[in-house]
Design a protein around this ligand. Structure first.
Ligand code: 26Q
Length: 820
């Protein structure tokens, strides 16, 4: 048969209505009496999916046919969020579906709210992967994401009595229109077992084990906006190899017969909810290997279908490692090339290093992935052997280059000589890749001076490059902020800016246009009202949209310093309480919004959440204070929650200790939505400041190069808190926010724990920066100018720019618009 061409898929209202009704009745057994908004969502989502499918098949067939080189973005996390609205916008069918849904009695906005987020990631790193596959699709680059299909994604956060309580995210309990099971794409993945050397060979082994699991593919379409190109995220799900134990089944042991399946399924059951910490759990290592093995088998199988010799793999495939989590892909490709394909070591190593490139996302020591050698040796004996050989050949080379430098060999070795020995995954990723990149200019510099210092000496500076992060304008402007997007479209003249953000520059010409400025302000106010409704619905707290909206929304982590933020709120509360009513009434009303999850085992972070909620409870109930200060903790932060919160900020806070936040990406999202940053000189804040101009950003705090000295001093000296910080401590200790002793450990982390994140150092300049923000916000005219100019100058932070740099400078791939 002949496949439909996409021009044959009708897009008129009558055909669309037909297909929705068809799915309502035939797929979901609904009658006019039993239709509800859940099924209105499901039926329209399935109808949209039918339309995407054609394009998806055509895209993949086309890339196969022309023999295009593809990039494979390997990531343990894809924080996709919802797909329905995104797909409607990409297909330019939003109005049609709104009309059809209206006909059957539903509002599109309500139906969109029926979809659950695909929350297969923790935070920045996972969302970056989702933005990057979006850009690949929109820019017609051949490429796929590869990841794991967790049965439970990022946990749901409830706030009970002020504390975070985790609930499982059962996102697959309802039908998921956005995944396609591929039972025919299944690979066996081995664990444990023993090795047999293949006689006569130098590096060939047979790995024998009867612990074999199956990884089965599920594909998620990635709709490209304004193109027929549809990208793909291939996610692996684990089950046992073979149906069940026939011996047990025949002996009548039915439960035992399927026992292996339960054990296997655990591998892809749950996403580890740690952001920037490595717990070192064995199950995590097995997850990582299942992922790497299935992915590399799939990539090699696809390559072999081209009939080309294996030496040409790097001409057909580029593999990007999203942090060290998929690093086992390197020894896994070596294993396939050596043991399955019979290549010699040197040729296999050359192919491998020309295929892989590696992105580092962190400098925090607690986040560095290391695995004990005995654990790795037990679970993956063949890979442990390959890693030893990679290390041996590498150290031999270093020794030749720098003879008699034992210290260097020790420091640079992939195997750390601790007890037990550990495999340093970042070093393995570095040695096995042809490029290593950081995610913002300052971060790329820092890693060259710290973790990869010795590698720069040995492998040369050119291997280490910067690729500043970016975010997708489709989701983070057009989808989440229709009011502002309409204004931009009007100024640009059409919607082309959505795929070419350089066009937003045109806004600069309108910065003095009074009518336009009023509409710009009105769009922000509308977004603030929408957030106020959302806050009321999720917390019961009423906030005034006329107040300054001050937002910090990100994972809760000591280095991100939510504690410093809430301490400044306490100080503000104290000041307000000291004022006479008339004076208080002249203060700028402010709503301080927090949102974010703490890793389940991260006690300090969870205490910070408790403190925020305790402060909120007291302040919000204080009649003297009223609308002058409100404090809100929005529960269950997610991609979808961010789409409500980000467009509504006046200022957002990105206040990590200098040198600790690799890049940050929400800073970009807030500014792209007309918000202003209050931040430290860290991560991508710096480059945002360079682009939009220093008048458009409120910087404070010490600089990255000053941090080491401050830390050193504070290791041996108690900090002397300035009066403002002391005031906040006193208020907590007097019991203003309830039982003081539960918060004492937070105070002690500053006064007695060495103040590792330098809150006492930065607090005075932080308070000054807040004053500057207030002063600026009172001058509404200047503020609107800042807001418009910022958005106009933010083109650099589109993920399209980032992806183009990766494509041209690392992957060597080219855009190819699909032609039928
Ligand atoms: C490691 C080992 C075992 C279990 C979990 C992990 C793990 C998981 C997730 C370690 C780190 C992460 C996530 C890191 C992350 O999100 N980093 C952020 O990446 C963003 C995109 O580059 C940056 O903008 C942020 O600055 C960085 O913190």
């Amino acid at each position: 048969f002949r496949a439909y061409s996409h021009s044959e898929i009708a897009r008129d209202a009558a055909t669309i209505k037909n297909s929705v009704v068809m799915h309502l009745t035939a797929t979901f057994l609904r009658t006019p009496a039993s239709i509800d908004s859940t099924h209105a969502y499901l039926a329209s989502a399935f109808s949209v999916r039918d339309r995407l499918l054609q394009r998806w098949n055509l895209t993949n067939e086309f890339h196969d046919r022309i023999g295009a080189k593809r990039v494979y973005y390997m990531s343990l996390e894809f924080l996709v969020g919802r797909t329905f609205d995104n797909a409607l916008l990409a297909l330019q069918l939003r109005d049609e579906y709104a009309g059809v849904l209206g006909d059957v009695g539903f509002r599109l906005e309500d139906v969109i709210d029926e979809e659950r987020d695909a929350a297969l990631g923790n935070g920045g790193l996972g969302r970056l992967a989702a933005c990057y596959v979006d850009s690949l699709a929109c820019m017609n680059y051949p490429g796929w994401g590869y990841g794991l299909r967790y049965r439970y994604g990022m946990f749901q956060q409830q706030i009970i009595n002020g504390y975070q309580v985790e609930a499982p995210d059962c996102w697959l309990d309802t039908p998921n229109p956005w995944e396609f099971p591929r039972p025919d794409v299944t690979y066996p993945v081995k664990f444990y077992g023993r090795l047999e050397h293949v006689p006569g060979s130098a590096h060939r082994y047979r790995w024998v084990s009867d612990v074999v699991y199956d990884a089965m593919a599920f594909d998620m379409p990635v709709p490209g906006y304004g193109t027929t190109n549809v990208g793909n995220i291939r996610l692996w799900s684990c089950k046992t190899n073979g149906l069940f134990d026939l011996n047990k089944f025949n002996a009548g042991d039915y439960a035992g017969a399927t026992g292996g399946q339960v054990a296997a399924q655990i591998l892809t059951d749950v996403l580890y909810p740690n952001d920037n910490t490595n717990e070192g759990k064995e199950l995590r290592l097995r997850q990582e290997y299942l992922f790497c093995s299935a992915t590399l088998q799939d990539i090699v199988a696809r390559f072999k279908r081209t009939g080309r010799p294996l030496s040409e793999l790097p001409d057909m495939a580029a593999i990007q490692l999203n942090d060290t989590h998929p690093t086992l892909g390197i020894p896994e490709l070596m294993r396939i090339l050596l043991d399955d394909e019979g290549l010699e070591w040197d040729e296999a190593w050359d192919i491998t290093t020309r295929t892989f490139a590696f992105t580092n996302h962190t400098v925090l020591p607690e986040a560095m992935e290391k695995w004990p050698v005995p654990m790795m040796d037990r679970i993956l004996p063949r890979h442990m052997g390959i890693i030893y050989d990679i290390n041996l050949f590498f150290l031999q080379r270093v020794e030749k280059q720098f003879p008699d430098d034992r210290g260097l060999l020790r420091d640079i070795s992939i195997i750390e000589e601790s007890s037990p020995q550990q495999v340093r995954m970042a070093f393995l990723a570095c040695v096995g890749s042809h490029r290593v990149n950081g995610v913002a200019a300052i971060h790329s510099d820092i890693i060259k001076q710290s973790i990869f210092k010795d590698f720069v000496r040995v492998m040369g500076e050119d291997k280490f490059v910067n690729k500043t992060n970016g975010v997708a304008p489709r989701r983070w402007m057009n989808e989440c902020n229709p009011a502002m997007s309409e204004l931009i479209t009007e100024v640009v003249g059409d919607r082309s800016w959505i795929n070419d953000l350089s066009k937003v520059r045109a806004l600069e010409a309108r910065v003095d246009d009074e009518a336009f400025r009023r509409r710009w302000w009105a769009a922000k106010q509308a977004n603030k009202r929408r957030l106020a409704d959302y806050i009321l619905a999720t917390t019961g707290i009423r906030v005034s949209p006329d107040a300054l909206f001050d937002v910090q929304a990100k994972r809760i982590h000591e280095y991100k310093r939510q504690l410093m933020n809430i301490l400044s709120v306490i100080y503000r509360y104290h000041r307000l309480k000291e004022m006479a009513p008339a004076e208080r009434a002249r203060e700028l009303p402010r709503v301080v919004v927090f949102a974010g999850k703490a890793a389940a085992g991260y006690w300090v972070a969870k205490q910070v959440i408790k403190l925020i909620n305790a402060v909120a409870e007291v302040v919000n109930a204080d009649d003297e204070i009223g609308d002058v200060l409100k404090v809100v903790f929005v529960p269950d932060y997610s991609v979808t929650a961010a789409e409500h919160i980000v467009p509504a900020s006046d200022i957002s806070q990105h206040i990590s200790t200098a040198g600790t936040e690799a890049s940050g990406t929400s800073n970009m999202k807030f500014v792209l939505n007309g918000g202003i940053i209050l931040g430290t000189v860290d991560g991508a804040n710096i480059e945002i400041g360079e682009e939009v101009g220093e008048e458009q950003i409120f910087f404070f705090g010490c600089l990255a190069h000053e941090v080491a000295d401050f830390r050193h001093y504070l290791r041996f000296h108690q900090p002397k808190p300035d009066p403002a910080l002391q005031t906040a401590f006193d208020m907590i200790q007097r019991g203003t926010f309830g039982d003081a002793h539960i918060f004492q450990p937070l105070i002690d982390s500053i006064l007695r724990g060495g103040d590792v994140y330098l809150l006492s150092v930065d607090f005075p300049s932080y308070i000054e920066a807040h004053k500057a923000v207030e002063e600026a916000y009172r001058h509404r005219d200047d503020w609107v100018t800042k807001s418009i100019l910022s958005v106009a100058r933010m083109a650099k932070f589109s993920s399209d720019r980032a992806i183009q740099e990766y494509a041209e400078e690392i992957w060597n791939i080219e855009p190819v618009p699909v032609v039928e």
